[in-house]
Structures are given as C-alpha cells and as structure tokens.
Design a protein around this ligand. Structure first.
Ligand code: PGA
Length: 252
C-alpha cells in the first residue's frame, strides 16, 4: 500500500539554466514509465519556478529544500511556505542534517516548520538521523526517537501519513559510506515502531519512510528491498540523470 518515493535533493546545485534542461530530460525519460514509483526533485529556491513550469502535468513532484515558519514578515532572506505553495511547489524538506549542522536548526525549528508546511498546504519530508559520534555511543535510536517526537509528536493522527520521513544517518551523507541494508532496515523498523506506539495502526502502515545517505544506482536496489524502506532521498547521485534514473528503476 506504500508506493515507493524517490526524491532528488539538489542542495545548492543547478541554477535555473541547468535546472531547466535537467527537468526536461527527466520528463522525457519518465514519460509513460515507472508508474509504480513516485518521483520528485528538490531544486534550490531560485530554480523552483522553472522546474514547476517544466514538470506541470507530468506527475513528477517538486519540493523545496527549506521554508520559514512564518507566512510573511520582516525576515530578510527567507521564503515562506505560502510563497512556495503559490509558486506551485508541493513538498518541502524539513530538518535536513545540513540545516541542523550548518544553520543551527533545532528540533523546535523542525516542529514549527512541519506545522508551517501543513498551514500552507505543503507536504513535509522530515529528515532525521544520528551523527557518527551518536552512533558510536549507541544512541542512534534515542536521537531519532527524540527528533520524531519533537517534530511529529503533537500532530493529529490523520496528518502523519502526509509526512514522508527520511532517515539519513549524518555519517552517510555525502561521504560515500552507505548504511548497510540491515543497518538501515533496523532504524526504519525503529521509526515504524515509534509510529505504531504513538498513533493508531493505520499511521504506521501508511507513512512512507525514505532512506538517505550515499544512495547510488549500485546500492539502491538492496536498500529498497528492505520491508520498511519505502524510497530514497538522494543527494549527489540525483545530480546526474543516468544515476538518478538508475535509482528510480531500482524502485520499480
Ligand atoms: P547524498 O545526500 O546522497 O549525497 O549522501 C543525501 C542527502 O543529503 O539528502
């Protein structure tokens, strides 16, 4: 009942000119194919309008990488969920580890940003995951459970399946070190268990859990075969058409 969902997070890559040609290429490559897999891309803010225009009516989803929690106001340099929605964006990443590590975002920000997504009609992709030192200390489950409780714990049960949860161990992001399928499955089972313990049963059954962290064409299939891995949030490999298509094919 959970369709696989592959999202490419471009981070600060591909300005409007490059984004245009990538979106056109993706549209051509997926036309009439992979109907069983949901696909999305998360370009930088400036490239969103071009990508939204190119991907209209294709079924390929467009996500922003961040939003400000307020709808409008004196917040120089920020972009609100309402503005993203007006621009035709459907999804928004929340709490990516680069936001947490490099831009000081906390669990409290993740909570208000998830709520801002709901208020503005965006579907959140909430990123959670432990650092290397947290894993070495054996705290990975506690860290992820804390992040989930803060960001999602107060939602209404029927809101939760609209959230995609991306488990991204920080030590695997952009490092070439992927969690093994078993390591990833173990953490996905922990997340599914938290959903089961926190909400009525339909929530855990229907909420999609993506894995992220050095997903490539060569390891996607074995990760996506795990029972609780419903997709992937892909960074580096999503910048190259051939690699991204290989990952989408592995999900089909
Ligand atoms: P990576 O990034 O695939 O380059 O490791 C994943 C992410 O940050 O979402």
């Amino acid at each position: 009942m959970r369709r696989k969902f592959i999202v490419g997070n471009w981070k600060m890559h591909k300005g409007p000119a490059d984004a245009d040609s990538f979106a056109d290429g993706l549209k051509r490559a997926l036309a009439g194919k992979n109907a069983a897999v949901d696909v999305g891309i998360a370009p930088p803010f400036l490239s969103l309008p071009a990508v939204v225009a190119r991907l209209k009516h294709t079924g390929i989803q467009v996500a922003a990488q961040n939003l400000h929690a307020e709808a409008s106001g004196a917040f120089t340099g920020e972009v609100s969920g309402e503005m993203l929605r007006q621009a035709g964006v459907a999804y928004c990443l929340v709490g990516h580890s680069e936001r947490r590590q490099l831009f000081g975002e906390t669990d409290a920000h993740a909570e208000t940003k998830v709520l801002a997504c709901f208020r503005s009609g965006l579907l959140p992709i909430l990123c959670v995951g432990e650092t290397l030192s947290e894993r070495e200390a054996g705290h990975e489950r506690d860290v992820v459970t804390r992040q989930l409780t803060a960001a999602l714990g107060k939602l209404q049960a029927d809101q939760v399946p609209s959230v995609t949860i991306a488990y991204e161990p920080v030590w695997a992001i952009g490092t070439g070190k992927t969690a093994s399928p078993l390591q990833a499955q173990e953490m996905h089972a922990t997340i599914r268990g938290w959903l089961e313990a926190s909400f009525p049963a339909f929530v855990a059954r229907s909420t999609r859990l993506q894995y992220g962290g050095s997903v490539k064409g060569s390891n996607a299939a074995e990760l996506l075969r795990m029972p609780d891995i419903d997709g992937a949030l892909v960074g580096g490999a999503a910048l190259n058409m051939e690699d991204f298509l290989q990952i989408i094919a592995a999900a089909g």
